[in-house]
Design a protein around this ligand. Structure first.
Ligand SMILES: [Fe+2]
Ligand SMILES: [Fe+2]
Length: 275
């Protein structure tokens, strides 16, 4: 997807505002922008000409007490414009595919594109599965989504898959040209500065890069950003067999199997429940 760099910078409040933002905030601003454009394109809407309006760090702090929701709130819990919509009723024993069709509306296009790219380029099934799941937890929470996402899937997929989901968040800040990952170059082009990820991200990267499953986590990033392609047609169909082999679907349905994360699935199913 082409990025209108000038519009993007203007939307962020201009060069000076961009220079005051943290790198984590810049990265999230960029991904949010691309994801929103992708969803608009897939839904047949015209792309927004205006870039997102992401404030400076100081403005974020000043905004906190002026907004009804916090910035890290998941997509299901806050409408981007207007009010939230009534959600479809889910089956009594919901499966992963039901969540894709009924609840992952804001993240599924991007995740399906990412997994499609991984599948077409001959990645292992572990990587394809990790790509398919890597951002869907942003439907409930965006803060540290790699860690939350890994936890959401821990009882149902292999440890290798959750490792890749957990650490793609940190690896996105670090180039690995030998493995085809140039993402930071895009940041440089858009923002014109080097990154200084937060210390816990740097420490995580140092650990992960020496890990035997580094390649799996890295491949999620390789298939990540470039998965924002407005013209790509995606479907869950090519992944049904892979999900069958990789995902231990509980017979009681996700949310009702008494697993340590069942409550997270119930929360996604019933975000309107009062308590
Ligand atoms: Fe992500
Ligand atoms: Fe992503």
């Amino acid at each position: 997807m082409d990025i209108d760099r000038r519009a993007f910078i203007v939307g962020l409040g201009g060069r000076r505002a961009v220079s005051l933002k943290s790198d984590e905030a810049r990265a999230d601003a960029l991904e949010e922008y691309l994801s929103r454009e992708l969803n608009a394109a897939v839904n047949g809407q015209a792309p927004t000409t205006a870039a997102p309006s992401f404030p400076t760090t100081a403005e974020i702090a000043a905004q906190i007490e002026t907004r009804p929701t916090r910035r890290g709130v998941g997509n299901l819990f806050a409408a981007r414009t207007g009010n939230v919509k009534r959600l479809p009723t889910m089956p009594a024993k919901p499966r992963l595919v039901d969540f894709f069709t009924d609840r992952f509306a804001n993240t599924s296009n991007h995740c399906l594109q990412s997994a499609t790219k991984a599948l077409r380029s001959g990645m292992t099934e572990d990587v394809v599965m990790a790509c398919l799941l890597h951002d869907v937890v942003q439907e409930i929470i965006k803060v540290d989504h790699g860690w939350w996402g890994a936890q959401l899937f821990e009882p149902y997929v292999s440890e290798k898959v959750t490792f890749a989901i957990r650490y793609h968040q940190a690896l996105r800040f670090y180039a690995d040209p030998a493995n085809g990952y140039e993402y930071p170059d895009l940041y440089h082009r858009v923002f014109g500065s080097d990154y200084k990820p937060e210390p816990y991200i740097e420490q995580t990267y140092q650990m992960v890069r020496k890990h035997k499953w580094y390649g799996e986590a890295r491949m999620v990033t390789v298939n990540d950003l470039y998965a924002f392609d407005a013209n790509a047609q995606v479907s869950l169909d090519p992944f049904i067999d892979i999900i069958g082999r990789q995902f231990k679907q509980p017979k009681e349905g996700l949310g009702y199997d008494n697993s340590p994360v069942a409550h997270m699935w119930r929360t996604i199913e019933r975000p309107d429940a009062p308590l």
